[in-house]
Design a protein around this ligand. Structure first.
Ligand SMILES: [Zn+2]
Length: 323
């Protein structure tokens, strides 16, 4: 087994649960700090606890996060840090390797980093796809062109509770029937690369022999045109993040390093999205997820062959940007 996978194993051995600012995330950062020193990088920790290893005056930054969701996989986040470290130890590129804190808790570390005002000249993040697109296309790597924006909202449907046996169909005001029609509207609105999900439905009174009087449902809609989704689904979002485009030298360098690779959008948020939104030229490389794209789970997997290919592409792109 090569060093990259070995290091992913070492991080995983700390714990499959390494939530933000826990002892496990701390231990992962300590381990990575040692690897940074081994690679000859100067190590510092910023006020948010982000770990940053630099060589000279870095012309490019690369990295990801070392925290996980509870019982997460061994690639999400960790791969991006370990791969950037591998490039740092293989070559003399004047780069910075960064491990951001608490990505799974809403990108705590990268948000704090961006808010503190430091602006890397360019940022490149390697990440496992966490979805089935590359596996289905039989492609090992993909170039991310944008990270979808996201809105979350709740919708309430009011009807009237009545006896399920004695109330004629024409006399009913069934809140769940209205909600069901709305669920199909949500699905229909998910076009042009958008995705939309009703993941929670609360039916009241929730009795098998009572016509539903009230339904509360959740909507999670993501896309590059949030205004359309909000208008079409009549949402009053309780949470909204804008879509961000990858671009500049990092995107160009990735396209050059993997000519013909599929280009895709990311439906999940990433540290790269926070930096891009802060005006940093940012690129993102996805490596194929196996097991149908299983992620946030111990079933998360990429092959060693794909990982090594991804590290080579990351190195080529970082060298190119740093020129
Ligand atoms: Zn991640």
């Amino acid at each position: 087994m090569g060093r990259v996978l070995q290091r992913l194993d070492e991080l995983y051995a700390i714990g499959a649960t390494r939530v933000a600012y826990s002892a496990e995330e701390d231990a992962a950062h300590e381990l990575a700090a040692g690897w940074m020193r081994e690679a000859g990088l100067d190590v510092r920790v910023d006020t948010a606890g982000n770990l940053i290893g630099t060589r000279g005056a870095p012309k490019v930054w690369s990295g990801s996060h070392l925290d996980t969701v509870p019982d997460g996989g061994r690639f999400d986040g960790a791969l991006g840090v370990v791969a950037a470290l591998e490039v740092a130890s293989r070559s003399e590129v004047p780069l910075a390797v960064v491990a951001f804190r608490g990505e799974e808790r809403g990108c705590i570390g990268s948000r704090a980093f961006a808010a503190a005002g430091e602006r890397p000249p360019a940022f490149l993040e390697l990440h496992i796809e966490q979805g089935p697109v590359l596996e289905r296309a039989n492609e090992p790597l993909g170039v991310v062109t944008s990270i979808l924006g996201q809105v979350r909202a709740e919708r309430v449907f009011e009807g009237r509770a009545d006896h399920a046996g004695t109330t004629p169909m024409a006399a009913r005001d069934d809140a769940l029937v209205a909600a069901a029609e709305y669920v199909l509207r949500v699905r229909a609105a998910a076009r042009d690369g958008a995705v939309a999900t009703v993941g929670r439905l609360v039916v009241q009174p929730g009795e098998g022999n009572v016509v539903p009087a009230r339904v509360t449902l959740s909507v999670d809609a993501r896309g590059t045109d949030l205004d359309r989704l909000v208008a079409e689904l009549e949402l009053e979002p309780t949470y909204r993040t804008e879509p961000v485009a990858m671009g500049g030298a990092p995107l160009a360098a990735l396209r050059e390093a993997v000519p013909g690779a599929p280009e895709l959008v990311s439906g999940a948020g990433h540290d790269a999205g926070i930096l891009a939104a802060a005006g940093v030229p940012t690129g993102m490389l996805f490596v194929r997820s196996l097991n149908g794209g299983a992620s946030h789970s111990p079933r998360e997997l990429s092959s060693e062959e794909d990982v090594m290919r991804a590290v080579d592409v990351l190195e080529a792109a970082l060298v190119r940007i740093a020129q």
